[in-house]
Design a binder for this molecule. Sequence first.
Ligand code: SF4
Length: 505
Amino acid sequence: MGEVPVRVLTGTSFLSMETARRRGYHGADTTKTPQTERNVYDMAMMNSVKRAGFRALYGYLDKDPDTNIPKLMDWVDRFAGDGPNSFPDQRAAFRRVIENPDNNWYRLIRSMWTDIDGGVRRTFFENFMLNGNLIGWPIQEQARERYGCNIPWAILLDPTSACNLHCTGCWAAEYGNKLNLSFDEIDSIITQGKQLGVYIYIYTGGEPLVRKDDLIALCNKHSDCEFLCFTNATLIDEDFADQMLRVKNFVPAISVEGFEAATDGRRGTGVFQKVRRAMEILKARQLPFGTSCCYTSANLDSISSEEFVDQLVEWGAKFAWYFHYMPVGNDAAPELMPSPEQREQMYARIRAYRNSKPLFLIDFQNDGEYVGGCIAGGRRYLHINANGDVDPCVFIHYSDSNIRQKSLLDCLRSPLFMAYHDGQPFNENHLKPCPMLENPDKLREMVARTNAASTDLQSPESAEHLCAKCDGYAAAWHPAAQRLWACGHSREGCADACAPRRQAG
Ligand code: SF4
């Protein structure tokens, strides 16, 4: 079939069907049947409408957010009606937020207008909310159905194994700068990802900013995507911040270990002051940033303290991502895994802060309930290391695919990724989401069945060695996880789970 002589309004210009297809307004299948042409056309039209509607709505909000957000909610209520699928609880919760200027979520939303550059804010809303979700999600769904495999919402990738620091316990210092994904390889991953509806890319490493020129060029080239970056922040300077302000679609998640002594103790003398300087540079240019914190049995108390969280807000962070220490690698220190009591403390604290602090907090190991359990194996994300190995998760270093040898879609259809697809969720209790940490037999079994190999290039670790470190942890966490889950998910469950504690206490 030749090119359909129809032109599609994209919000900025009219595109031919062929151009619309090339720019990713459809799933990855390029088979041209009349039906798929029709579907491509329908989706392109739908996306044009979404884009135009979103832009009109954003322009209205942007003019006067204090006045127009409540007005917008009035319209939503009127349109939603009273039906069972009209999300009455969610709408009521959102209304409570926007009607109370002291509410922490209201303060966070409002700070997007007071603290963030207008162009960066607009780009974030367009790339993250419109492209990453409203437009990207239906394309992902269509591809999930068509190919019968997981399709991610975000892709994590390591541009390099190199790092400019030598933090205690970090593998990057050992790898050195031997491994890199080339500009063209990263570009190809993003291009393939967009065909599948993926508009969110997250750099890990190594220290990604060792490749800062390439990362800015990729932001430029894929200006419809949002790029996040885990970084030690020591390479953020005025010039780089100016580049960020120009491209508008690059958001750092800065690694911090706590206050000065804790950060310098692990990362080296003077690093804390460099991190603070980077935050000041970003704040001065009204650029958004967040933090990434790993909690261990040794630092959990301080890194999750109210004092520290208040400090993050004062520094200008808009989000804080907390990661449970994972005993990954032959040199890992399993004693750094939090005790059940500590993990429960973390669970309670993060939930309390979410109701009181103007900061978007996520605790990845305790928040599985919001995303249906484990998100790895391409269900919502995957990880590509600097050697091109495609890992199911940034913490699970086993793979049967390399992006240099297979397309992204073929990696998603590999035996290991299909084992994730078929096995998820790994536990009905999403406080025990992980096939490694809380269900180690599942990872043992998947790795053995699919013949996946270790992708740890410095010191390959067997799945048995890794999972054996988690057996005791999983058994110890089980009672608390069951009680918290029962408590959080039904009145009766809470009564049953809490009764013995009440009697005891
Ligand atoms: S594999 Fe484990 S750590 Fe990775 S996303 Fe799944 S639950 Fe989280």
